[in-house]
Ligand binder design. Structure first.
Ligand code: ADP
Ligand code: MG
Length: 448
């Protein structure tokens, strides 16, 4: 493991080699940066003044983030602390211990780049955007809870952080608590077993705004649901705001208790859907601009045409192309974009998920034995489960149809193609079936 200083040395070298950054600019703006730590998914650095930080965020953030990714091999968010702000903050915090604690946890959790300004608005996310902004302007107003739902990589977490950033900017005293549902669940279980529930409850209930990301993970955990219900009521009754996200709307989270479903449905539901081509082109351009990275129009259009359903993948492709440009000076073309797209699609497939694991998970969830799944024929249940397994294997591994057929007693590739299409069609029509398949896929990804 390299030290943080060594990593920073490599990052500095990449920045110094960048033809767009003059030696003078480097010394003036980047020379004073001190690396501090890698905390969670953030690379934390300090800089003497807020002014320097603002310039770095506006001018160099994209390049720095790309250089960090290249140096470490991980996409980390850059988090810049300004020392003069820390001092000022420390003074404020002397007044109130609990506030200081909140601020430090706030800093760890929130990505400063996820703001309303950096969010590209289009017809499929403008409602969610507007309601999120309205909550940040006037918490505990008309939209409480605000429930943002939609597929992966469509900006739900971004909007949650944007609310936090905006509220924090307006009012430092504001008690903001952002947590993923997993964190909430884990901290609850730890508190339960360690007899520290009062602390847990103080943390989650005595807030002005509580934001819980990916609430669909509450599914199947009754005790946590109970605690969450009480948390939710406590925050709202004390005049606080609640914001939640999920990959589907409340009444489609199969195992959510009815009272939680009805509480969520009673608030403001706002969905994010995959953006249309015009918005995708704008997203590609915006992301490239943020990196000060020039992409020809045809390359922008190509990326936007190819990646239709997930903005995270669009970002991944741009970062890859940018990385290659920084490293080898490769000017992006449709061909290099095509490679980057193939890579990003592959990256999203967890390598460790094997056919075996898929079959075991489908067998467990759909109550069909592994032997039945792996052979030909069987009753309607078995056939259905086999189709689902074939579909998931194809989605996750991108194996060829004939290779998948071999896993099921030598079914031929047209049978597998048919099964794949059949499951895809059924998922479009039947939301609970879709939820089932997606649950299996999520479990597989988490378990690896
Ligand atoms: P989700 O939580 O819905 O899975 P995220 O909020 O994590 O998705 O978004 C994935 C990535 O895509 C983030 O880096 C985010 O900044 C970016 N992103 C998603 N939608 C937009 C958008 N409309 N404008 C700009 N960036 C976006
Ligand atoms: Mg998210």
């Amino acid at each position: 493991m390299r030290t943080i200083e060594e990593v920073w040395e490599a990052v500095s070298q990449i920045m110094k080699n960048d033809p767009d950054i003059s030696g003078v600019a480097y010394d003036m703006w980047l020379g004073d940066i001190t690396p501090v730590a890698i905390e969670g998914e953030s690379f934390v650095v300090t800089i003497p003044t807020v002014f320097q930080r603002n310039v770095i965020e506006q001018q160099f953030a994209g390049k720095l983030t790309a250089a960090i990714e290249k140096a470490i091999g991980l996409p980390l968010a850059l988090f810049i602390r300004a020392e003069d702000e820390e001092q000022q903050k420390a003074e404020e915090d002397k007044l109130d211990d609990s506030l200081r604690h909140d601020l430090s946890s706030y800093y760890k959790m929130i990505n400063p780049f996820y703001t309303f300004k950096t969010f590209v608005v289009g017809p499929t996310n403008n409602f969610a955007y507007a309601t999120a902004q309205s909550v940040a302007d006037k918490p505990a107003g008309a939209y409480n809870p605000l429930f943002i739902w939609g597929g992966s990589g469509l900006g739900k977490t971004h909007l949650l952080h944007a609310i936090c950033n905006e509220m924090h900017l307006k009012n430092r005293q504001c008690k903001i608590l952002y947590a993923t549902c997993e964190t909430f669940t884990n901290e609850f279980l730890v508190a339960l077993h360690g007899q520290t529930l009062p602390d847990f409850r103080q943390k989650y209930r005595e807030v002005d705004i509580l934001l819980i990301d990916d609430i669909q993970f509450l599914a199947n955990k009754e005790q946590t649901q109970e605690e969450f219900f009480n948390t939710f009521e406590a925050v709202k009754n004390a005049g606080g705001q609640v914001v939640l996200t999920s990959d589907r709307r409340p009444n489609e989270i199969a195992t959510l208790t009815d009272r939680l479903k009805s509480r969520f449905e009673a608030g403001m539901l706002a969905d994010v859907q995959p953006p249309p081509i015009e918005t995708r082109i704008l997203i590609v351009q915006t992301k490239a601009d943020q990196l000060h990275f020039h992409l020809d129009k045809n390359v922008c259009d190509y990326i936007a045409r190819e990646l239709k359903t997930n903005v995270r993948q669009i970002e991944g492709v741009i970062n890859k192309l940018h990385g290659e440009y920084l490293l080898n000076g490769t000017i992006p073309t449709e061909r290099t974009a095509e490679e980057a797209i193939a890579n990003v699609r592959n990256d999203n497939q967890p390598v460790a998920v094997t056919v075996e694991k898929v079959i075991t998970e489908v067998s467990r969830t759909m109550d069909v034995s592994v032997e039945d799944l792996r052979s030909k024929g069987g009753n309607a249940n078995i056939k259905q489960a086999r189709k689902v397994a074939a579909y998931i294997i194809r989605e996750i591994t991108k194996m060829k149809m004939e290779e998948i057929g071999n896993e099921f007693g030598g079914l031929d590739h047209s049978t597998i193609s048919y099964a794949y299409k059949n499951v895809a069609d059924k998922m479009k029509k039947d939301t609970s079936f879709k939820a089932l398949v997606e649950d299996i896929m999520k479990n597989l990804k988490i378990g690896c």
